[in-house]
Write a protein that binds this ligand. Sequence first.
Ligand code: 5GP
Ligand code: MN
Length: 316
Amino acid sequence: MDWTPLSDAIAKNHTFLVSSHLSPDGDNVGSQLAFIWYLKSLGKRVECYCADPLPQKLAFLQDSALITQNKPSGGFDVLVILDCSNITRVGWDCGEVSIGMIVNIDHHRDNANFGALNYVDASAAATGEVIFSFFKHCGVAVPAHVAVDLYTAVMTDTGGFRFSNTCGRVLRICAELAELGVDCADVYERVFSCHTPQALALQARVWSTLKFHLGGRVCSLDMPLSLLDEVGAKYSDSEGMADNTVTALGVEVGVMTKHSPKETHFSLRSKGSVDVGKLAKSISGGGGHSCAAGCTIKKPYAEAMAEMLGILEGAL
Ligand code: 5GP
Ligand code: MN
């Protein structure tokens, strides 16, 4: 990766807007905070706009309040978009803000290279890993709280070091981050095991929708968005639940739906035999990794689910 154009762009410019995708996860938030810190450490003026609010469980990250839901009004020299395979993933219209150039830093293999500068490393487990490589290249002295940001990014996108993107390199990076001052048990506890009672009530209701399809090779969970108000939970409380859909023996593809009366979002998971990233990409706006991907079908649940099962039947 040739980091010189990125270093030059940072050196030459003064005002930066940082953004990432809707329904922020640990990689999204950790990457944004690490990058904001770096730019600020160089004396840049930095704002950060994320269309969706952060999940409460990530609020422990130092300076998390810098990620706001205030749409910026002024112009910026550089818009840095992190962890987004395409520009629509940010969930706001970048054309409404005056921007000198877009820098795209990501690890999704289906990244559309929408930036003037594109740093896309599909072999990286997380966008946080790509940023850490950049910091190492620049010889940045990473303070403990930024190591926590990057560790959170990698830990989240590897599902707590259990997905197939977990490898020696990733563990070595995390070892380095740990040595910079990360309390690994604390981060794990905060990210993966601190649910509100409402979040657990939501999970109980979502588990009750468990179904098997196509001879037990597909498993599904469903969350009508109206359930959130019913149990007093937040959208982000459902994060991670999709991973449960591929835990049953014999299941090859897991599907978690989140639907309004009008449209149905699919979180797709695969044990490896089906490339769900490819499958999601065949639907407009969809995409992701081979084992974890997502897409939206603009139809009510029953219709959208029937369509998805048809697609899966063809793929299995
Ligand atoms: P999740 O199911 O956890 O929301 O997302 C799994 C993976 O698929 C993540 O890498 C996420 O960025 C990607 N993904 C989820 N939904 C969409 C979508 O609607 N469009 C695209 N392009 N990627 C998505
Ligand atoms: Mn990511």
